[in-house]
Each structure stands twice: as C-alpha cells, then as structure tokens.
Design a protein. Structure first.
Length: 116
C-alpha cells in the first residue's frame, strides 16, 4: 500500500513563471505537481543527477583533451599517426572521469577551475 502524501512543499511564482513551468512539465507528460515532486525528491539523492552531469562533463573533457593535444601537435609541425591518435584517445578515456569528478568537487568547494 502506498504511503499517503500528507505534506506540501511549494513556492510562489509569477503568472509567467507558472506558465513556463507548466509547459515544461507537460512537455514531459506530467502534471506540474508531479514534475515538481520529481524535481524536489531528486534533490534528496543528488548522486543520481551528479552522475549525469559527471558523465557529460567527462565526455566534454575527453574530447577537449583529444582536440587540444591534436591541435598542439599539428601546430608544432608534427604529423599524428593513427597509433598516436589511438594512444591519445585511450589516454583521454582513462583520465576523463577522474578529471570530471575533480572539477565537480572543485566547483562544489568554490574553487576556480584549473587550465588542465
């Protein structure tokens, strides 16, 4: 038997904000109340949303590493062999998750991102 919901959590919004929130909920096939409940309860377990952020950031950092290292090599007059490119991709894959986790931790701690 489901636990009855007896408490309410809410916020005052303008008419325009309400319409925007309602449209966002409807786009996801939810009522505004259901959507708000999902968003609020997701904050009780931020590891789930952090996981998505971390995955996206990791991919961006991996691509950044490949792009910058490749461009630096080309700008220095080097020619990248397929083997060097594969090694670069492998290194980016190995380091991207750690880098993303560190950046998110630094952000949470209020630290400025480094250039790495």
């Amino acid at each position: 038997m489901p636990v009855p919901r007896t408490r309410s959590a809410g916020a005052k919004v303008t008419d325009e904000e309400y319409q925007q929130l309602e449209a966002l909920a409807q786009a996801r096939g939810l009522t505004l109340g259901e959507w708000c409940r999902q968003i609020l309860l997701a904050q009780l377990n931020p590891a789930v949303s952090k996981s998505s952020e971390e995955t996206i950031l990791a991919e961006v950092l991996g691509l950044r590493m490949i792009l910058l290292n490749g461009l630096y090599a080309l700008a220095s007059g080097e020619k990248l062999t397929p083997e060097q490119m594969q090694a670069l991709i492998k290194r980016a894959d190995a380091e991207k998750l750690t880098g993303a986790a560190q950046r998110l931790a630094d952000q949470a701690a209020g630290k400025e991102p480094t250039g790495s």
